[in-house]
Write a protein that binds this ligand. Structure first.
Ligand code: NAP
Length: 297
């Protein structure tokens, strides 16, 4: 049977903004699906569509060939994988474990080593493309870890993603995601500054976005989040507090590599102001709040 048609029994842990849609694509592709989430109600829609609820990450692992996680923070990843009775301890022989959370490269390596000790393989496979990409099944997926397991898991990645790349050994997926977040950090400041300037110059900000949105400054963030900044729509697609988490991981890695990244440092500081101001549960486009405060616009 070819890998692309083989149906697997998949466990999915973490059914938030991203996981909810991603797990739905796995189910829609015809794979068996077991689910667990800290808040059970978020599993209701998937269970209504045929997914099976399990009472813990360990229970999911004991029932599945492949376990996928997309939780919140590295501490959540560590808990679901490495805690007593967790995924690594209870996974079936030969299982493939795939963490799609944005988490630390070092933790990805630690989980891969713990999995290997038990004859399992673990992949780190963080994603980019936001809630929109997750809903559309068009995420960019950057994967670190065992190449053979990557190939076996490809039908699952295909169900969730558009661009899927094996980047190297354990941790390489998370390092690639950090490169992505570093690019986003300075771009978010750039979009905010551009809109602040346009307003101060007396321009119609929406007309400016329309004019420059197909030019050299065009980007997913300018075109997708710029209009939300103009509208004052700060509803979360990607939480501010998660972005601060990502930038903190990237800065720690940069420090370890003795790399100075001034744009990233500045962005983390500005986003931290949002968290301190009580806006951590808003979307990352809320950075524009900081600029309106600074410029009085
Ligand atoms: P989210 O809505 O907060 O989803 C996280 C889910 O994981 C929640 O449902 C949460 O449960 C569950 N969870 C957390 N810790 C858990 C644990 N220990 N055991 C079981 N379930 C646990 O966040 P999200 O936006 O989907 O993001 C998830 C991850 O993907 C984050 O690392 C984020 O940085 C990354 N990411 C997000 C985006 C985006 O645009 N949103 C894009 C790329 C990557 P509760 O329901 O109880 O809170």
């Amino acid at each position: 049977m070819s890998a692309s048609t083989e149906k697997m029994t998949v466990g999915f842990i973490g059914l938030g903004i991203m996981g909810q849609s991603m797990a739905g694509h796995i189910l829609a592709a015809g794979h068996g699906l077991c689910v667990y989430n800290r808040t059970r109600a978020k599993a209701d829609d998937l269970v209504a569509k045929g997914a099976v609820w399990k009472d813990s990450p360990g229970d999911v692992a004991a029932a599945c060939d492949v376990v996928i996680t997309i939780v919140g923070y590295p501490k959540d990843v560590e808990e679901v994988y490495l805690a007593p009775g967790g995924i690594v301890e209870r996974a079936r022989d030969g299982a493939i474990l795939i963490d799609m959370t944005t988490s630390s490269p070092e933790l990805a390596q630690r989980i891969a080593a713990a999995a290997a000790d038990r004859g399992l393989t673990a992949l780190d496979a963080p994603v980019s493309g936001g809630d929109v990409g997750a809903k559309a099944g068009k995420l960019a997926i950057m994967v670190g870890g065992d190449a053979a397991s990557f190939e076996t898991a490809m039908p699952l990645f295909d169900a969730m993603g558009g661009k899927i790349v094996h980047m190297g050994p354990a941790g390489a997926g998370q390092h690639t995601k950090m490169a992505n977040q570093i690019a986003i950090a300075s771009t978010m400041m750039a979009v905010s500054e551009s809109l602040s300037y346009a307003k101060a110059a007396g321009l119609d900000q929406s007309a400016v976005l329309d004019a420059i949105g197909t030019g050299a400054a065009s980007s997913f963030l300018l075109n997708g989040l710029g209009p939300k900044m103009v509208a004052g729509d700060y509803a979360p697609g990607f939480f501010v507090h998660h972005f601060v988490k990502d930038m903190s991981i990237a800065l720690a890695e940069a420090e370890r590599m003795k790399l100075d990244l001034p744009g990233l440092t500045l962005a983390r500081g500005l986003y931290q102001r949002l968290v301190d101001g009580g806006f951590g549960e808003e979307g990352t486009q809320a950075l524009y709040r900081v600029y309106t405060q600074m410029t009085g616009a």
